[in-house]
Design a protein around this ligand. Structure first.
Ligand SMILES: Nc1ncnc2c1ncn2[C@@H]1O[C@H](COP(=O)(O)OP(=O)(O)O)[C@@H](O)[C@H]1O
Ligand SMILES: [Mg+2]
Length: 298
């Protein structure tokens, strides 16, 4: 008998109601994800990445097909699937500690003692290197720190599946690089399944086991899947000269800028599509600084 699948999207399609009738945002999306896999979703703005994530989160319901997690159909949000959005969504009147506590109590009330709950919150603050700011409120800390707390809050709920919608999109390049490293460390330690949406090609290659590249909408679907067979732990600097790393990176760029070129790009001028990746660097370390490969975000 085959191993049962961990997370499986089967023939997922979704229609959104609009004034002009139903709008089919996604069509025939099929994806099988193994436990502990790190998946990146990449594609042009508006193609349907967030919609895919929201369907897995149980925030949207597919019109056709559906999602099965550990043999059970996903029909609503659940604590085994935590979501991290681009804008942290912390409660402004609570400290970092209290924001995490809120999530932890929801999951562990009656299962952990008061002392255990405190230790667990402190442990998760430590995982994201935020112990020093445990009593600070969101308006007292930087964007990167807020995002760390948001990630700690998600992790503290011990989700089997971590869903991240452009989690580092609003951060400066250096903070982004630090958080990518933390996320790799955490993933190596905890082994959660991760689905992360990103606009950053380097981020996708550095972090992922597979990159799922989506075609343009309407009726967007999965265009190609690229398996990233680079050994872990991965070091951004060591990968700078790695031929396979650069091969993966250009495969994603080719998909996005040649195969899935957006119609409006054709109208701009006669420059080759790749020229729109201004300042593209061959070194992943440098690319983080120039943020050269970030796609136009919508
Ligand atoms: N609630 C909604 N109602 C109508 N259309 C929507 C809704 N949510 C998303 N869409 C449309 O579905 C498409 C995919 O959106 P989205 O998943 O947000 O794209 P992405 O995250 O890739 O930028 C877009 O054309 C968007 O306008
Ligand atoms: Mg989105």
């Amino acid at each position: 008998m085959n191993e049962p699948n961990h997370l499986e999207l089967t023939s997922v399609a979704i229609d959104f109601p609009t004034d002009k009738g139903p709008f089919r945002a996604l069509d025939n999306v099929n994806l099988k994800i193994e436990k502990g896999e790190f998946i990146s979703l990449i594609g042009h703005s508006g193609c349907g990445k967030s919609t895919v994530l929201n369907i897995v989160a149980g925030l949207h319901r597919a019109t056709h097909g559906g999602v099965i997690l550990n043999g059970k159909e996903v029909v609503e949000p659940g604590p085994e699937r935590a979501v991290v959005f681009q804008n942290h969504s912390l409660l402004p009147w609570l400290s970092a500690y209290q924001n995490i506590e809120l999530g932890v109590k929801q999951v562990f009330k009656g299962k952990k003692s008061r002392v255990e709950i405190r230790e667990w919150i402190e442990h998760n603050l430590e995982l994201v290197h935020m112990s020093h700011a445990r009593d600070k409120r969101p308006d007292e800390i930087s964007g990167g720190m807020k995002q760390r707390v948001g990630i700690a809050r998600a992790l503290a709920m011990q989700p089997e599946v971590l869903l991240m919608d452009e989690p580092f999109g609003a951060l400066d390049a250096l903070t982004r690089a630090h958080l990518q490293d933390s996320l790799m460390e955490i993933h190596a330690t905890l082994g959660n399944t991760v689905i992360m949406i990103t606009h950053d090609v380097d981020e996708a290659v550095l972090l992922s086991d597979r990159i799922v590249m989506m075609s343009n909408g309407p009726a967007a679907t999965i265009g190609e899947i690229l398996a990233i067979e680079l050994a872990r732990p991965r070091e951004r600097l060591a990968l700078a000269d790695d031929a396979r790393y650069n091969h993966y990176r250009s495969a994603v760029l080719k998909f996005l800028y040649e195969r899935q070129r957006r119609p409006e790009d054709n109208e701009q001028d006669s420059k080759p599509a790749a020229a729109q990746v201004s300042g593209a660097s061959d070194k992943p370390g440098e690319a983080a600084d120039t943020a050269a490969l970030r796609l136009v975000s919508g």
